[in-house]
Design a protein around this ligand. Structure first.
Ligand code: ADP
Ligand code: GLC
Length: 489
């Protein structure tokens, strides 16, 4: 089948979080199973910075009062995947992907509308359409919205199906009603049955109602988002489409995330020979500023976007009893100022023990996966989460809250079986209890050896999940099911 991915980030072109890992890896796995995959991404300032790429098309974007124009560039075919970059300096030649200084760009609706229109106009240059356009998150949600409105009569797209994957319901693409004009969308869409949401334009809602099939990135999250607690106001919309909603777990690209081959580590290691992990730990603690590091003490790793989703307010609550213990915390992250400040304050209060770097640093992210003994993700909600799956491979058992993909990927350790430590209630006590169990287990060398081996033997490669996606694509291509058309009136 011929599948076109539309997404706002993807490794190796642009990344702020796990979406980029998925968009980098899933197409490769699908291509390995014989499918032809195109990936459509924006070209940001940092994307292949300064490199001249060959342009393959010029597209016209039907905005008012004047038309806009963009160039589509060839990202270079590799491993059966063909990336294309949407180059529009006006909208994307900026430092941030979505925001600057913590503020979303005010023209985000127009930016990603332009990107989605660019994708459709570009696809029309091919002799035949793709079987499925696979859109990811709100930034690509305008694709199904355009297809069911502006492009409704376009014969080229008549048999094209749209799959929409929700990576995070917390980001919906909410805009004032004036965004309809910025998007060149008909006013008739602004109803409760359409993309109106409490007086605003909600692009994610449009993605959910106008796509032919919807998925999210774990089974547990697919269930959770149909409840008021996790549905972010869209639980009713999601429930109304539940026969077209499924959860497919993210996989891992072990080409990038494997301690046996990881090029960012001072020494590689495997489950059979863990000496390199100790070297990674020693180097990491030194690099992060621990003086005479005590290697027998456990090091708790954190690598994260700092957002309310990630649950770090719980750490603030247990700071004192936790840091009274003989351990290290090694944290890397950037994001909302309140959490950046929290980590800075903790580092100042517990120097040499709470080691924090407020930055985005891919090499350090790998070094923490390897050099830490356990990995902490106390998320309030987590659609899938990739770091806990990486940490399994690196022999760094995760301590996680049992939500979304964290619950689906980690089994609680019972002394024999299990790969990590889980807690359920979103509370400081519950988190502290799980951390205490992890630290006590760490002190029992034989038990720790068992959990590390259990963790490292897990296989979360993309093969199985790619098959599940392909099965949905096939079902869509065959069944002729199509989302509702909408009036443009
Ligand atoms: P989310 O997508 O919600 O941020 P995931 O766990 O799915 O969470 O993916 C996060 C990805 O982003 C991982 O690949 C992780 O290593 C990376 N990452 C997050 N924060 C940083 C950072 N400060 N520096 C480097 N990589 C980071
Ligand atoms: C989102 C989610 C994360 C998920 C990632 C990739 O950013 O927060 O849980 O792993 O998307 O699907």
């Amino acid at each position: 089948m011929k599948i076109c991915f539309v997404a706002s980030e993807g490794v190796p072109f642009a990344k702020t979080g796990g979406l980029a890992d998925v968009v980098g890896a899933l197409p490769k796995a699908l291509a390995a199973q014989g499918h032809a995959i195109e990936v459509f991404l924006p070209r940001y300032r940092a994307t292949m910075a300064g490199k001249q790429l060959s342009s393959v098309a010029h597209v016209t974007l039907p905005f008012r009062p004047e038309l806009k124009f963009a160039t589509i560039e060839d990202g270079g075919q590799a491993a059966g995947v063909h990336p294309y970059l949407f180059n529009s300096p006006e909208y994307f030649d900026r430092d941030g992907l979505y925001q600057a200084q913590g503020q979303d760009y005010p023209d985000n609706a127009r930016r990603f509308g332009a990107f989605c229109l660019g994708a459709l106009e570009f696809l029309k240059r091919f002799p035949s359409p793709p079987d499925v356009i696979h859109c990811h998150d709100w930034q690509a949600a305008a694709v199904p919205i355009y297809l069911r409105s502006l492009y409704r009569e376009d014969p080229f797209f008549k048999n094209v199906r749209v799959m929409f994957t929700i990576h995070n319901l917390g980001y919906q693409g909410l805009f004032p009603p004036s965004a309809l004009e910025d998007l060149a969308l008909p006013a008739g869409l602004f109803t409760m049955q359409g993309i109106e949401f409490y007086g605003k334009v909600n692009l994610l809602k449009g993605g959910i109602i106008y796509s032919d099939f919807i998925s999210t990135v774990s089974r547990k999250y697919a269930e959770e988002i149909q409840t008021p607690e996790y549905g972010c106001g869209l639980e009713g919309v999601l429930r109304s489409r539940k026969d077209r909603l499924t959860g497919i777990l993210n996989g891992v690209d072990y080409d990038d995330w494997d301690p046996a081959t990881d090029k960012f580590l001072p020494m590689n290691y495997t489950a059979n020979d863990l000496r390199g992990k100790q070297t990674c730990k020693a180097e990491l603690l030194k690099k992060m500023g621990a003086v005479n590091p005590r290697l027998e003490r456990p090091a708790i790793g954190i690598v994260s976007r700092f957002a309310a989703q990630k649950g770090f307010d719980l750490i603030a609550e247990i700071a004192e009893p936790l840091m009274a213990k003989e351990l290290y915390v090694v944290a890397l992250g950037t994001g909302e100022p309140q959490y950046e400040n929290l980590f800075r304050q903790m580092a100042a209060r517990y120097p040499g023990k709470f080691l924090a770097r407020i930055a985005y640093d891919n090499a350090l992210a790998h070094q923490i996966e390897a050099g830490a003994d356990m990995f902490l993700m106390p998320s309030r909600y987590e659609p899938c989460g990739l770091n806990q799956i990486y940490s399994l491979k690196y022999g760094t058992p995760p301590v996680v809250r049992a939500t979304g993909g964290l619950d689906d990927t980690i089994k609680d350790f019972n002394g024999k079986a299990g790969t990590g430590f889980k807690f359920t209630e979103y509370s400081a006590e519950a988190l502290f209890g799980a951390l205490q169990r992890a630290i006590e287990t760490y002190r029992r060398q034989a038990a720790w050896h068992v959990i590390v081996q259990n963790a490292m033997s897990q296989d979360f490669s993309w093969t199985q999940s790619a098959r599940e996606y392909a099965a949905v694509y096939e079902r869509l291509a065959k069944s002729g099911v199509q989302g509702p058309a909408v009036g443009v009136g």
